[in-house]
Design a protein around this ligand. Sequence first.
Ligand code: SF4
Length: 399
Amino acid sequence: MKIKEQELYVHIPFCMKKCNYCDFLSGVYDEKMRRTYTAALVKELEYLGKTYRHPLRSIYFGGGTPTWLETDCIQLLMDTIYKWFQVVEGAEITLECNPGTVTKDSLRAFHMMGFNRLSIGLQSANEEELKLLGRVHDLNRFLHTFELARNAGFMNINVDVMTGLPYQNPKKLQYTLDTVVRLHPEHISAYSLIIEKGTPFYDDYQFDSVRQEAGMQTEALPTEDQVYELTKQTEHFLAENGYRKYEISNFAKPGYEGEHNSGYWRMVPYLGAGLGASSYIDGMRFSNKTNIYDYIEASKKYEEMETSKHLWMDSDTLQERTRNDEIEEFMFLGLRMTDGVSLFDFEERFHTRMDLIYRNVIEELRREGLLDMYEGRVFLTERGMDLSNYAMAKFLLED
Ligand code: SF4
């Protein structure tokens, strides 16, 4: 029998400065608050470790900028995880970091703590794009951080880049891609910029996107067609340089596909610790409180009373999943990966064959050249990936 495993995500909501496009749950707080939050997070980790006892196959510290938190706080969080959880030998343990928030010593310390994968947010190698995004680093800082990370022993590094930036053109993008590939990171994530409400970018470019939707030429933002071309340019260049696209936005050298996110797309249960973090466990989904003071208060209550209640959870977010919800989600998430969904895994999970539920959909999408089947797997073709929203919507089930 397979041993059940789970993943752990730890949210660190602190940044040096808020970037102009960012709507993540993160902000600028002083050291006192960072330490208070760490103490609260320790309590939640203790609770989670005591309650959900399956071994951890991966751990991911994301944010925010986890490396903006004091190094001794990260050490305390890792010690807590090792105290309350069983961690599978060889588990992938990732730390997100931003250039300029680490030093030679802190990187060595992170490596010693057990982190074996570093994810660096570069976004762009062009100085004017970095300024526009409101990033705190410049290219030299990134190059220096990358070198320090290698010297500290990180042999599995991801670099984040972005497409669809204001005023971005193929030449600017190529400069970013050339710069990154020359360093030979094991993994590259390439996301398209999404302009979210409530960000300075929304105020600056909202008018531009409204014009774009009306089919008018825009000043700053690349059009949908241009973003498509930039995405294809990224995919082709990375493929030529040995990076396999294994998910809509993720590319890896062979054997370096991200374990943590792949688990998420295969619906491995996961626990989310920290502000606003989401969990998927025992067939339920829920997220934590998003107000940092409420989150800290929950930990104080935990100390005061013996309880088996998840005090950090925002109970309004709790969803019990129906079987149809689970099937749909299994298909949506699985089809994000270029390897798609295994017929065997589907049957093992849902005790029914995929074709009994989706025969018509599969046939229709195959006829349209959007989906294919090979060696027991169903996956989107390149064209299917380009039209993934359309293709995936076909897998919605009627209740
Ligand atoms: S560093 Fe990342 S999380 Fe922090 S503000 Fe910038 S984009 Fe947001």
